[in-house]
Structures are given as structure tokens and as C-alpha cells.
Design a binder for this molecule. Structure first.
Ligand code: CTP
Ligand code: MG
Length: 441
């Protein structure tokens, strides 16, 4: 058996309704279609691959000979993909067709599909059980005709696998009809085809509407965790290491075998001087500095200039936002962070919601989050990500809020673990939220 793969990414994403087709929306800084593309690329049994894109897409002809234009319908796109595969390699005998908007396909599911095809079945289909009952309705949808036995109902996913000759004949000859996938078309052509059922998974979800994206973002974080690399022997700089989260981060870095940690003091210093203390290029830079003052905006804004300049409000914004950006700029500019090094900002869950008395802090953290999403997706030499801890049991917080129920607070150790994990992830422009007692991935 010689196996080709077609990834379908030529749809326009009507139901998703964004400016760009959904397959190009970034998840953790990586476009959705690239997730499954990488999993198939890494799979040993795959001998050829093609991705079909919408008309005029700049990826076609630019990056790879295996990026082509799809058709007006899913069916046309499948056929164009297969034709390209066999054009490039006429010896390909079987094909897996996968929706490019199912990013979390696993090696295991692909293995099972390959097994099914190797066993000689006409086709393989990936399905999951349905949690809801399935109802069959009349043509006009006005009445229920039948409730089929749920235990025998499955929801269809992809990939779907075929013998090349059979699927090409089916796609070419079966008249247009209410087919939503290639298995439906094959069955119309070969009614007694033996189609092996392969267990899919909830994670192998299809992104159809905007609400699917929220689940996909969580899944993408989990996916990144599974791809963490080893950071033992690396060097790091941690800003704001004197207490709270910063201190816990240093302990966690040591636990993971970091060979050297620079911890320059940040208080009342300009960033260029701070960065000057880092004696060599490091692999990881983390900034945990933060300043939290409770005061209404109009009170805070009128105060006399603080030690460094501007009003108290300005100073709060400077420490929580501007200084952090400057730190990123300077470690890269002065070559203190290596190429492909990790830069992690520590923000706050308050980025998502402004709170009275904390206008400067919350808005600075929201700005930081948008900054990371923007710059992390730009063409830069380092990976830039943000961890937003929820309420965390630190001195800074105890001073502001007094004694709180510990169960509602995340420990600095837990937050530090996540921050260090993120240093070891191959992503950029990603936001990781942590809630109390639960790492929210
Ligand atoms: N697809 C394709 N070519 C088409 C139509 C769809 O390659 N002419 C692909 C989509 O890019 C997607 C997969 O088929 O990866 C599943 O289709 P669907 O979820 O319906 O995506 P869209 O057709 O883009 O979305 P919508 O139906 O909401 O417009
Ligand atoms: Mg569609």
C-alpha cells in the first residue's frame, strides 16, 4: 500500500463568519490547517500529501508544490486533491481525506485508519458515538419520522480513507446529491462497500462556528503542552524575582535543571541598565514585575509625579506595560536573548475585565495581552507568550485584599510551573490562563 493524504482547506467558512476563512485563524499563533498538516507530515506511513486552498491563496505555488487550489464544493476539492496526488506519484494506491479544520487529529487515529486500509476494506471512516438522540425528520423538517436506535448511530469525523481507483470513480460518476462527505459518495457508487469503522474522539472536533473556537483554544494549549521540550542546562533571566510569583519561577527553573538564572533588580532602574547585567545570551527571559495600586482614576491621575515621572496612574501603566515592552525590546536588541529563545510575560486575569479602583492595572494588563497576540504573530526572532494567572496567593495580593479563602487562590508554585512550561512550548503569540487550583488549558 502507498498512502497519500489530502487536507481540505479550500472552504470559505460561511458559518464561522470571519474576515478570513476559518482554517487561517491562528490558534496559539499557528494557523488551524497547519496543526493537522504537521501531524500527517510526521506520520511514517504517509508517502504523499497535498493541501487544497481557496482560489487566489498566496500559499499556492509559494511554499510547496503540494499546495494547490481547491474547487467550489468540498467534493470538487477532494477530487482535485486526489488527482494532484496521483499526478505527482502514480504509484499511490490509497488516500486519506481530512478536513483542514480538524486540528487535533492524533497519530493513533491515523494508525487505525491505516490498519483498516491495509486489511483490505474498501474504505475507513472515523466516527464517535452521539450523546444526543438522533431524529429523522420529514423532508420539510416539520415532523419527526423516526428515532433510530442511538446505540447504532455515530457522528462522522475525518479522516476518511479509500482505495484511489474507487473514490476517483465515485467522485467522478455519482450524480450531485445531498452528500456531506466522501463516504456518502462512495456508498452511492458501491452500495455494498465494506467500510471499517474507526473510533474517533471528541478532541478531533471540527471548527464550524465561532463558539467552537473557544474549545479549540483550550485544546491548542493542551496540544502545546504535549510538545514541550526539555529546558535542562539552559540559561534564564527573571525580572521581578525577589518575591511572589517571580521567586517561585526561579525555584521551578532550578528544579528543571536550568544552569544559570540572572535576577537583576528592576526597581527604579531604566531597562537598559537592567539588561546590562545579563552577562551572556540566555535562552529564556521572564518578566514577573507588577505594581498594583487601588485608587479611583481621577484621584490617581492628579497625584504629583511619582519617583520616575508622570502621575501615579502613569507610573502604574509604565511598570505593568511600557517597561515590560522595553524589556523585550532590549533583550532582543542587545542580543541577550538567543534566537528562538522564549520570552514570557506574566499578566493577570484582570486583563479580561476592568474593576473599579484598578483602572490603570487592568487596562495595562489588557494592553499587554493584545500586545503579545500581535507581536507574537509577527516575524520576530524569539517566541513571545503571556501567562495570565487568576487570583494568586502572593504578598502583593495579601497587602491589597487581606486574608482570603485559600481555596479560591492559585499558589505561586502552581503558577510558576505553568510559566516555566510555557517557556518550553513551541508557540508564539499565545495567552495561557490559569485559574485557582485548576490550570485552565
Ligand atoms: N472545503 C474545501 N473546499 C470547499 C468547501 C469546503 O476544501 N469548496 C473544506 C473546508 O475548508 C473544511 C472542510 O472542507 O476544511 C469541511 O467543510 P466545512 O466545515 O463545511 O467548511 P466550510 O465549507 O469552509 O464552512 P461553511 O460550510 O460554514 O461555509
Ligand atoms: Mg461547507
Amino acid at each position: 500500500m502507498k498512502l497519500g493524504v489530502v487536507i481540505l482547506a479550500a472552504g470559505s467558512g460561511e458559518r464561522f463568519g470571519a474576515d478570513v476563512p476559518k482554517q487561517f485563524v491562528p490558534l496559539n499563533g499557528k494557523e488551524i490547517w497547519r496543526y493537522s498538516y504537521e501531524v500527517f507530515t510526521e506520520h511514517m506511513d504517509v508517502d504523499g500529501m497535498v493541501v487544497v486552498f481557496p482560489p487566489d491563496d498566496p500559499l499556492v505555488s509559494s511554499e510547496s508544490n503540494n499546495f494547490i487550489n481547491g474547487g467550489a464544493t468540498r467534493r470538487e476539492s477532494s477530487l482535485l486533491g486526489i488527482k494532484h496526488l496521483i499526478n505527482v506519484d502514480p504509484e499511490i494506491t490509497h488516500v486519506l481525506i481530512h478536513d483542514g479544520v480538524r486540528p487535533f487529529i492524533t497519530k493513533k487515529i491515523i494508525d487505525d485508519c491505516v490498519d483498516g486500509l491495509e486489511s483490505g476494506y474498501n474504505a475507513v471512516d472515523v466516527t464517535i458515538p452521539s450523546a444526543d438522540s438522533v431524529a429523522r425528520v420529514t423532508k420539510d423538517g416539520a415532523f419527526i419520522e423516526k428515532i433510530p436506535d442511538r446505540s447504532r448511530m455515530r457522528l462522522g469525523q475525518t479522516p476518511q480513507g479509500f482505495r484511489i481507483d474507487e473514490i476517483v470513480a465515485a467522485l467522478e460518476h455519482v450524480p450531485e446529491g445531498a452528500y456531506t462527505d466522501d463516504i456518502g459518495i462512495l456508498l452511492a457508487h458501491i452500495p455494498d462497500a465494506k467500510i471499517k469503522n474507526v473510533d474517533g474522539s471528541e478532541d478531533n472536533m471540527k471548527i464550524t462556528t465561532q463558539s467552537d473556537l473557544i474549545k479549540a483554544e483550550r485544546m491548542a494549549n493542551k496540544y502545546m503542552e504535549s510538545r514541550c521540550f526539555d529546558i535542562a542546562g539552559k540559561k534564564a533571566v527573571v525580572l521581578g524575582a525577589s518575591g511572589g510569583i517571580g521567586q517561585a519561577v526561579c525555584t521551578e527553573l532550578q528544579k528543571r535543571g536550568i544552569s544559570k538564572i540572572y535576577t537583576p533588580s528592576a526597581r527604579d532602574r531604566i531597562v537598559e541598565d537592567i539588561v546590562g547585567e545579563i552577562e551572556e545570551p540566555v535562552d529564556i527571559a521572564i518578566t514577573c514585575i507588577g505594581q498594583l495600586t487601588k485608587e479611583n482614576f481621577f484621584e490617581m491621575a492628579k497625584h504629583s509625579p511619582s519617583s520616575v515621572g508622570g502621575s501615579k496612574w502613569y507610573d502604574e501603566f509604565r511598570v505593568n506595560f511600557l517597561m515590560q515592552l522595553q524589556f523585550l525590546y532590549d533583550v532582543v536588541r542587545f542580543n541577550r536573548l538567543k534566537n528562538d529563545g522564549a520570552f514570557v510575560f506574566v499578566g493577570s486575569s484582570s486583563a479580561y475585565h476592568g474593576r473599579p479602583g484598578y483602572s490603570a492595572y487592568c487596562s495595562a494588563k489588557a494592553a499587554l495581552m493584545n500586545f503579545v497576540q500581535s507581536v507574537g504573530a509577527e516575524d520576530i526572532s524569539v517566541r513571545v507568550n503571556l501567562v495570565n494567572p487568576g487570583r494568586c496567593d502572593t504578598n502583593m495580593r495579601r497587602k491589597m485584599f487581606g486574608k482570603e479563602d485559600k481555596n479560591l487562590l492559585a499558589t505561586p508554585e502552581r503558577v510558576a510551573e505553568k510559566i516555566v512550561d510555557v517557556c518550553a512550548m513551541p508557540c508564539s503569540g499565545s495567552i495561557f490562563d490559569i485559574r485557582a487550583n485548576e490550570i485552565d488549558t
